[in-house]
Ligand binder design. Sequence first.
Ligand code: GLN
Length: 210
Amino acid sequence: MATNARDHVTIGVLALQGDVDEHLAAMRRAGADAIPVKNAADLARVDGLIVPGGESTTLMKLLDRFNMAAPVVDRVRAGMPLWGTCMGMIVVARDVAGLDQPSLGLIDITVRRNAFGRQNDSAEVGLPIPALGAPPFPAIFIRAPWIERAGAGVEVLAERDGHGVMVREDNVLGTSFHPELTADPRVHAYFLRMVRESQAQNVGKRREVA
Ligand code: GLN
């Protein structure tokens, strides 16, 4: 069964800006097909979408220019799992603290950009993530945001310095750090499970209707 499921899952990585190739490689190592997503036709082929790290104000402009904001929002509202890493999490948040910055509002969090301060611009931290098992995760933070507020429906999966850095609300996952830059596949595997679970639920729903 597992080998069959493996053939059927295609993960997209939004490829307008940011560290796309690292996510494609990490997702393939985790056992999924992975394709870059540049337009609505690509998006229609994927079962889950990763929004990579990069620069959030630039990506918001590019989403607008390539008419990709509405298709992404529609798919996620219809249940497609999405995982935002760093910039990706900022772009899908409800609010960006202290800034009048547009975002897609797909997860009920307020993020603060570049929150860990200059001294901590870039750091690798052994991060406890109980949902991924006992060994700490080698989490790479690069000018990373933290989560300043999380709504009641949001599960905080990891914290650093008392602030959320990994969150999930239903089909939307966010990490402040960059699992695609490490050899540890556990966050990619976690997202893959979210995608497989959502597919199983969809099959269930179709059966109910039939
Ligand atoms: N500092 C970037 C921003 O606020 C995010 C950095 C990253 O994705 N590594 O958009």
